[in-house]
Write a protein that binds this ligand. Sequence first.
Ligand code: AK3
Length: 285
Amino acid sequence: CLTRKRWTLENFDVGRPLGKGKFGNVYLARERESKFILALKVLFKKQLEKAGVEHQLRREVEIQSHLRHPNILRLYGYFHDSSRVYLILEFAPKGELYGELQRCGRFDERKSATYIAELADALQYCHSKNVIHRDIKPENLLLGANGELKIADFGWSVHTPSSRRSTLCGTLDYLPPEMIEGRTHDEKVDLWSLGVLIYEFLVGKPPFETKSHEETYRKISRVEFSYPDFVSTGSRDLIGKLLKHDPLHRLPILKVLSHPWVLEHSMKPPRQRKPTATATEGDTA
Ligand code: AK3
């Protein structure tokens, strides 16, 4: 049982590092008593204080404790010692989607549409609980044992609506106009990021990527991007309907799930379908 118990580092055997981050690394770990395999993210209190993000971490833990979805990485709990905070996380055996994209260069339509369907399903669930992730990008997407997508790192997530202007650190590539311009925003920011991701899966790089922050900023606020020839009409239609400057004009998340390009190429079976009398295990037809 990973809940209602006080954890300390003594409870875990810590193994190899799985990844490095700005505030600390994540390690493979095993709970000694149950032998349960998990991931342990170590964050340094000094660095969290210096960056003034302790409230975000508290919010992440609070938000994550209410989320249960096959495509959202579980955060089981946390503990701390004098210098560090530890997040007890579900282990994603196939690692970061970012790494897979680097290896492949870009994904075919089948793989892209499958990931997008999983992502849209998870986001639809988050939005139904008034949670927006706000930091959807390949680095924050992990892969489960069967290659299924898992959204991770809710460190930037909030309850809607939000007008918070926390300092934007890192890349602007996945952020919508209303966020880079510091306006109020809602769950429709994740729709924009979804559009950026479909493009990146299919092309191998995000649509507004440039060498400079300023140039990327300008391209985002003008929604200035183009498609290589090999990008299909169907995927262009979906990307175009998500990368709209006005958040109200973006395709709603449920319509992403039922978009013809997603339905045609996704390998993910539609959810919430009950088995019928004619579709049982023995059937081969
Ligand atoms: C396999 N990798 C919040 C703040 C600052 C599981 C950080 C694997 C992995 C894995 C977070 C996170 C994360 C999940 C994924 C960890 F204060 N939740 S990171 C790489 N490979 N399996 N997990 N990686 C703050 F601003 F809020 C810094 C966070 N939060 O990092 N949360």
